[in-house]
Design a protein around this ligand. Structure first.
Ligand code: SF4
Length: 685
């Protein structure tokens, strides 16, 4: 390494070995808020995790999930040593081996797979389990690219909304939490901040106290929907129809901002044409809503300024998810809601910093691309070449990816060599041939990048690695070296990577972080859309009708695909985020809230009562769990929590077993909420 390591990268040794100290760090987990943390450590052991005031948005408080993170760090499921399988696949029996032996086995299996079916027979499989800048897309990406493995389309989440945001606005930075109080109307569309992104709530409440109206679009009632002026309990998968009805209202009532459309957009006529069939009445019928309520929503949106739409991820998890995101995100352009603080749209700001990893040398080779939602298919059906080696890290696909039963069947294949690099013994790790213990964000360096508020903070190790856990950077760097993929002078360790990322950050961000200063992008931390930031499209215009998406979507842009319900499986099963897990992280901890939620109008005719044990089933699988009968969900829709581990239900299957592995219309995302099911008492069988 040529550069000296910055002082900010030196561990606080008093925290690691001395008496009690409180160490400042940040949370890099897959949550928009990226809290600053104050972690209490005594004699090198974690005592408690609290919020600190380093981040003014998260300002001293954190979620209950991360407060409990010590139970993961020291819990019975923690992976402490590398291990090789000793029992049947799925039994979770491993013999402890050294890191050297584990890595040599992996290298041998890589070389054997390469000789037998080529390097595309190796499938790396990862998502945002740790989510920091250091734990993904670094030495791991370098390894996969240089070795020429199959590529992974990481589309299990945020792919449709991301594709829509990219096509419309080139992922222009969006309104941050601090500017919500300026809004006169806030629309929370497919998002429940009480479960994910809790720091948004006080800003919404503040806006309400200042007189803002709140509209919530969600099939369930949530804490904020109960405080809203209007709750539209929409039928899952129909959000595109509701958004198009708002467009039609704007165009036909003269409330479309024609000047803005002429100056800043392309394709408005085509959007208007596609919105034409969606009268208020037609949309209300399709969405299962009261027409008067839809009409009121449309009028409020047309008349309010500043009007702010928070586009969440709930609306994307179905066959129409990409078009729904397109139609929702296009509303502020048609309605002329930009150019004022508190107006426009608010969604993932993950691209706001414009961070590019220019140092990853090789361009992505044109090897086979595997959609991560098709893991079950890939493991059980792909032959050209077959998947011989699966390397899983930063995710737990046996719990989180559609078509769970087929994934488990694939993981049971005796001829599949599975490596799982993880913090705890996940549902997927149980099927591994080699397990490698990974550090948590409390044991290694990382960067926490807020994607609700715009922020970038250093996450520092506050305790030594537990057992023999190692960081992603160290392990992937070493694997690159062992496979002969690194020149002798190329970086390969965690601190080398830190320096490289700091050097590569845009503007003064790297220098600021080295100096212990919280960085800001050139447009500031609270950009006003169309004042401080503009579309990052080639001509800086909003593309309201991207032709490429029109050609790629099954029925074209702004089109609606009908509900997949059948007489046999009439109920829509949704699996929203809960306040217990971050995706499936922390799903190993015991919980008592795992119940199928059903409306009394659906329970009554089925002879079901609150507390019954039920089977939720379709042709793919069945899930056994207790029933909760409550009017907080719309009739015709039932709900199980997202991120459940298999141990959480009575028969070891979760909502992902009932979800099809079909893909969204735009972005090739997962269609979790297209699961259609029937529910019966387990007693009746
Ligand atoms: S998960 Fe989110 S709310 Fe919880 S500590 Fe991390 S950033 Fe904060």
């Amino acid at each position: 390494m040529s550069k000296p390591r910055p002082a900010a990268l030196t561990r606080d040794d008093s925290a690691l070995g001395g008496p009690t100290s409180v160490v400042e760090t940040a949370c890099p987990l897959d949550c928009p808020d990226a809290c600053s943390l104050a972690v209490t450590v005594r004699h090198g052991k974690l005592v408690s995790i609290d919020g600190s005031h380093g981040n003014p948005v998260t300002d001293g408080y954190i979620c209950a999930k991360v407060r409990k993170f010590g139970q993961r760090v020291y819990g019975p499921d923690r992976l402490l040593y590398p291990g090789v399988r000793r029992g049947r696949k799925g039994e979770g029996k491993f013999k402890r081996v050294s890191w050297d032996e584990a890595l040599e086995r992996i290298v041998d299996r890589f070389e054997a797979a390469k000789a037998r079916h080529g390097t595309a027979s190796i499938l790396p499989y990862s998502y945002g389990g740790s989510n920091g800048l250091l734990t993904q897309d670094n030495f791991d990406a370098q390894l996969w690219r240089r070795y020429g493995t199959s590529r992974l389309a990481r589309t299990v989440c945020a792919a449709p909304t991301g594709a829509a945001n990219q096509a419309l606005y080139g992922k222009m930075p969006s309104v941050t939490y601090e500017d919500y109080p300026h809004a006169a109307l806030i629309v929370l569309w497919g998002v429940n901040p009480s479960a994910s992104g809790i720091h948004l709530i006080p800003f919404v409440r503040d806006a309400q106290e200042r007189g803002a109206r709140l509209v919530v679009v969600d099939p369930r009632s949530t804490p904020l929907s109960r405080a809203a002026d209007l709750h539209l309990a929409i039928r899952p998968g129909t959000d595109v129809a509701l958004a198009l009805a708002l467009h039609r209202h704007l165009f036909t009532t003269g409330c479309a901002d024609e000047r803005f459309l002429a100056e800043h957009t392309r394709g408005a006529d085509r959007l208007r044409e596609r919105a034409e069939p969606w009268t208020i009445r037609a949309a209300a019928e399709t969405c299962g809503l009261d027409a008067a309520a839809v009409d009121r929503f449309a009028a409020w949106y047309a008349d309010s300024s500043p009007a702010l739409i928070r586009c969440g991820w709930g609306l994307e998890r179905n066959r129409n998810g990409g078009n729904a995101a397109m139609a929702v995100l296009a509303l502020p352009a048609v309605g002329g809601k930009f150019g004022v603080r508190g107006g426009g749209y608010s969604m993932s700001n993950s691209a706001a910093w414009g961070i590019e990893r220019t140092w990853i040398a090789a361009d992505e080779p044109p090897t086979r691309l595997v959609n991560m939602n098709h893991l079950g298919r890939a493991l059980t059906e792909y032959t050209d070449p077959p998947i011989d080696v699966l390397f899983v890290y930063n995710c737990n696909p046996a719990a989180t990816v559609p078509d769970q039963r087929r994934i488990v069947r694939g993981l049971e294949r005796e001829d599949l060599f599975t490596i799982v690099f993880e913090q705890v013994m996940t549902d997927t790790a149980l099927y591994a041939d080699v397990v490698l213990p990974a550090t948590t964000f409390l044991e290694a360096y990382d960067f926490a990048k807020g994607y609700g508020p715009i922020s970038l903070d250093l996450a520092r190790p506050v305790i030594d690695a537990v057992g023999e856990a190692r960081s992603n950077a160290d392990v992937f760097g070493e694997l690159c070296a062992r496979l002969g993929l690194l020149a002798p002078d190329e970086p390969r360790g965690e601190l080398d990577l830190m320096v490289r990322i700091l050097d590569d950050l845009p503007g003064a961000a790297g220098a600021d972080l080295r100096d212990g200063v919280r960085p800001a992008p050139p447009f500031g931390l609270r950009p006003v859309q169309f004042v401080d930031v503009f579309p990052r499209t080639p001509d800086r215009k909003v593309d309201l009708f991207p032709e490429a998406l029109d050609a790629a979507a099954p029925l074209g842009l702004y089109r609606f695909q009908p509900d997949p319900a059948t007489d046999a499986y009439p109920l829509a099963l949704i699996s929203p985020a809960s306040d217990r897990t971050i995706s499936s992280t922390l799903g190993e901890l015991p919980r008592s809230d795992v119940k199928l939620v059903m409306h009394p109008a659906d329970a009554g005719p089925r002879g079901l009562s609150d507390g019954d044990l039920v089977r939720v089933f379709n042709d793919r699988a069945e899930v056994h769990c207790p029933l909760q009968v409550v009017a907080s969900i719309r009739p015709g829709t039932v709900s199980l929590p997202k991120g459940l581990w298999r141990r959480s239900t009575c028969n070891g299957f979760t909502a992902t077993a009932l979800a099809p592995d079909t893909l969204t219309d735009i972005g090739d995302g997962a269609c979790f909420n297209d699961a259609r099911v029937q529910v019966a008492s387990l007693a009746v069988g």
